[in-house]
Design a protein around this ligand. Structure first.
Ligand SMILES: [Zn+2]
Ligand SMILES: [Zn+2]
Length: 284
């Protein structure tokens, strides 16, 4: 049986935090690794997880917010330096421009490195697939992959991977939307934005600025309870919560989701490996 697992590389948010790296996760199917999002620290987290960055030939970007792309320059150039010679990226409109801007910024750096004798393949010929409209994605992988538009303040896509008997869905950033319920229908694993988890800062603040930010975030992200509702309506087996602000209260987070969702709930941590073949979680 082919091993299917998800490695949570970064479970953080735009707020820098030592315990939680920028948003990124890897779906591993046998010896194929698919990176989803590329937040700050992704390359180092891959190496800590024992996944060689140059072995990643597919990157799916949910959206182009800074916290999901800050690690891209290092992933692109660092992975190339380690020997990666091919890379396919799937993402929203704007991905091509973002990639070309990085190439432009580091034009001299790249030509220096190619002048040393390193082939330009893997950095100058990256295959970028921008999603025209939600639906099935054809990118060279042998599995059924579908996408749906999420509810966030920039164009954001959630992804559904059907690998053999198993289905894994990653939501990206989103407020509650019926499109995510449809995308996640009967999935074995749903990796889900629960950015609005209880934190010691936000739940007990007198700061008017923090209160305003918190109120505005309700339109862009989910609470653990909303994540739980989506998991329940979609009938998913395991719900993995992520994209946390600093200082979340993990037990309360889990309880909020468990009040509406009866399946397994994982309040994920960096470098946690979650097998999909049997849904027992393993801490690193
Ligand atoms: Zn976002
Ligand atoms: Zn985000």
């Amino acid at each position: 049986m082919t091993e299917v697992k998800v490695t949570m590389l970064g479970t953080g948010s735009p707020r820098p935090e030592l315990e939680r790296s920028g948003p990124a996760q890897v779906l591993t199917v046998g010896d194929t690794h698919i990176l989803v999002d590329c937040g700050e620290g992704t390359t180092a987290q891959l190496m800590k997880a024992g996944i060689a960055p140059e072995k990643i030939h597919y990157l799916f970007m949910t959206h182009l917010h800074s916290d999901h792309v800050f690690g891209y320059g290092q992933f692109l150039l660092g992975g190339w330096g380690l020997g990666r010679r091919k890379l396919t990226i799937v993402g929203p409109k704007g991905m091509k421009h973002f990639h070309e801007t990085i190439l432009h910024l580091f034009e001299e750096d790249i030509s220096y490195r190619t002048s040393l004798g390193r082939p330009g393949n893997g950095v100058l010929d990256v295959n970028i697939i921008e999603i025209d409209e939600p639906g099935e994605i054809y990118c060279g992988l042998p599995w059924k992959i579908t996408t749906a538009e999420m509810l966030h303040n920039v164009l954001t896509y959630g992804y559904r991977f059907e690998v053999g008997e198993k289905t894994v869905v990653l939501s990206g950033d989103t407020a509650p939307t019926s499109d995510l319920v449809k995308l996640s229908k009967d999935a074995d694993l749903l990796v889900m934005d629960a950015c609005l988890a209880p934190t010691s800062v936000y739940r007990h603040t007198d700061s008017a600025e923090l209160k305003e930010i918190w109120d505005n975030l309700q339109k862009e992200h989910c609470t653990p309870e909303q994540a739980g509702r989506i998991g329940k309506e979609a009938g998913v087996k395991t719900l993995v919560l992520t994209h946390f602000l600093p200082n979340i209260i993990e037990e309360e987070t889990k309880q909020e989701a468990a009040a509406v969702f009866a399946g397994e709930i994982i309040v994920s941590r960096d470098l946690q490996v979650i097998p999909v073949t049997n849904t027992v979680s393993v801490h690193h």
